[in-house]
Design a protein around this ligand. Structure first.
Ligand SMILES: [Fe+2]
Ligand SMILES: [Fe+2]
Length: 185
């Protein structure tokens, strides 16, 4: 049994926790205009650094291996949709990250635009992860064999999660402390 699907599900749980934090901060911005913009920025820097560069490409490779094994037309349609969503998520994520980097650096960003962009991103990513868990993750487990799983594992072996991996990267130390404190309180 491969650990690929287990790792992808764990990524979804970790990302889900971060999206929860982000959604709460977006509500604060919407209600009061304040909010912890540095925390939001750090979350989006992480989202555009790890999920966009490791999690989604790992899924893309898994989809490619599924296609090689032969898939039903409805699975092909779902995979096509998910691949397009990976591109859209990377674009939406970079836009939102750049807005937050701007706010932290003192740029004027319209509150309504920030809230709308943030909610669009969090809702889209939550829906996307749910769709994967309910469809392709289950189908991949039925379809792929040890050769496929080993190829996927070894392709991403060197890519370590900078927050939830064995070592917390310096850039994400503050965000990590925030997550840990929330869990402990
Ligand atoms: Fe995905
Ligand atoms: Fe995913």
């Amino acid at each position: 049994m491969s650990r690929v699907i287990g790792d992808l599900r764990e990524d979804h749980r970790n990302v889900g926790d971060l999206l929860g934090l982000l959604a709460r901060e977006i509500d604060v911005v919407d209600d009061a205009g304040g909010g912890d913009f540095e925390l939001m920025r750090d979350i989006m820097v992480y989202m555009t650094r790890y999920p966009d560069h490791t999690h989604h490409p790992k899924e893309d490779l898994m989809f490619e291996r599924m296609r090689k094994r032969g898939i039903a037309p409805d699975t092909e349609a779902t995979i096509g949709k998910l691949l397009r969503e990976h591109t859209a998520l990377a674009e939406k994520g970079s836009t939102f990250r750049d807005m937050l980097v701007g706010v932290v650096d003192g740029a004027l960003v319209e509150r309504e635009a920030l809230v709308a962009t943030g909610r669009d991103y969090t809702d889209f990513l939550r829906y996307h992860a749910r769709l994967e868990e309910e469809t392709v993750f289950i189908e991949a487990l039925e379809l792929l064999d040890d050769t496929d799983w080993s190829a996927i594992e070894s392709a991403f072996e060197a890519q370590i999660d900078p927050i939830f991996g064995p070592v917390v990267q310096h850039d994400f130390q503050t965000l990590y402390e925030h997550i840990r404190n929330r869990v402990e309180t």
